[in-house]
Design a protein around this ligand. Structure first.
Ligand code: PMV
Length: 315
């Protein structure tokens, strides 16, 4: 069993970006929501040896003071180091185990969730507490290692576990969702690295600045309008805005035939709107449905080639 003998346990949720990805890196607003039912887990316990971290998925163990063989081991070690630095713990001992049900490289925030869960479990091991504001900052530091130039939206939604309206450099803005939204998430099965997608957009921005900036501005307006739709319970309007957002992301060149196929299939099966979610170029789509369409949309997505389909309620 994962946590055998390790008493300090924690978890953090996956997330979707409802609207505004990529443009958010350039200062536009974006909306994200946690998926409470899909989580990363961490457990920690005392030991006599130097603090170590073991990833179940990567089948890898790294000690805080040992040489590291590769980038993923380096990132795991860094997680231990930034947490110990924050708490001022010198010569730490103990064991930390991380495990995640969140698919990796799928735009669902697995990296941020693992970091948040791990830091909370370590805090408990050290007999300390960490305010969400500080945890958010530490997870952001880890996101920089994973993604290069993250906007900060992933760490924020994962740490606070509430829908957020996010703008770089602005104060935390938690959203009130007037009417619960049922969202289907379907995985193309094509893994992508957010870093690559962000790099592709950066290249486009450098080469075709005014067209790219124009698309960002329109995405920003879509996110603002979507906030209003969410806060006033206008789901059809929200769906239309999600589809508009997908068209703009496709224009920016970070959709893919697989993503487009799943978006089209969900609309044809009755979804109110659909789009890629997260970095793009692969990963997941999200579709806004209601109770009467959820099963038909789920079936249509499986038939269209999705390797996994889940749904959750955003509220
Ligand atoms: O981590 P992902 O794949 O959900 O992507 C995050 C969203 C981006 O806007 C593409 C990047 C960012 O840092 O906001």
């Amino acid at each position: 069993m994962l946590c055998n003998g390790l008493p300090f346990r924690s978890s953090a949720p996956a997330k979707i970006i409802l609207l505004g990805e990529h443009a958010v890196v350039y200062g536009m607003p974006a909306i994200a929501a946690p998926i409470h039912s899909l989580r990363a887990y961490a457990c920690a316990g005392p030991s006599d040896t130097a603090l170590s971290i073991r990833s179940v998925e990567l089948d890898k163990r790294v000690a805080i003071d040992a040489p590291v063989p590769d980038d993923s081991a380096r990132a795991m070690q860094r997680l231990l180091q930034i947490t110990c630095d924050y708490f001022g713990v010198r010569k730490p001992t103990g064991d930390l185990v991380i495990r995640s049900d969140i698919p990796f490289a799928a735009g669902l925030g697995s990296g941020a969730a693992v970091s948040a869960a791990a830091i909370r479990a370590l805090a408990a091991l050290f007999g300390r507490r960490i305010p969400n504001e500080d945890l958010n900052q530490l997870v952001f530091e880890m996101e920089k290692i994973h993604h290069g130039t993250p906007s900060g939206i992933d760490n924020t939604v994962v740490v606070y576990e509430r829908p957020v309206y996010f703008e770089r450099g602005k104060d935390l803005d938690l959203l009130t969702v007037e009417r619960s939204c049922r969202i289907v998430i379907a995985d193309t099965g094509c893994a992508t690295m957010t870093r690559d997608a962000v790099g592709r957009i950066r290249q486009r921005y450098n080469q075709r600045q005014s067209d790219t900036q124009e698309a960002f501005l329109r995405i920003g307006q879509v996110a603002r309008d979507a906030r209003h739709a969410l806060e006033s319970g206008k789901q059809r309007r929200l769906g239309a805005l999600m589809s508009e957002n997908h068209r703009l992301l496709r224009h920016l060149g970070i959709s893919s035939p697989e993503l487009d196929k799943l978006v089209d299939a969900s609309i044809a099966a009755g979804a109110m709107g659909a789009k890629l979610s997260g970095g793009g170029m692969g990963g997941n789509i999200i579709a806004l449905v209601d109770r009467s369409t959820v099963q038909a949309v789920r079936r249509a997505l499986s038939l269209a080639g999705a390797v996994s389909v889940i749904d959750f309620v955003m509220n």
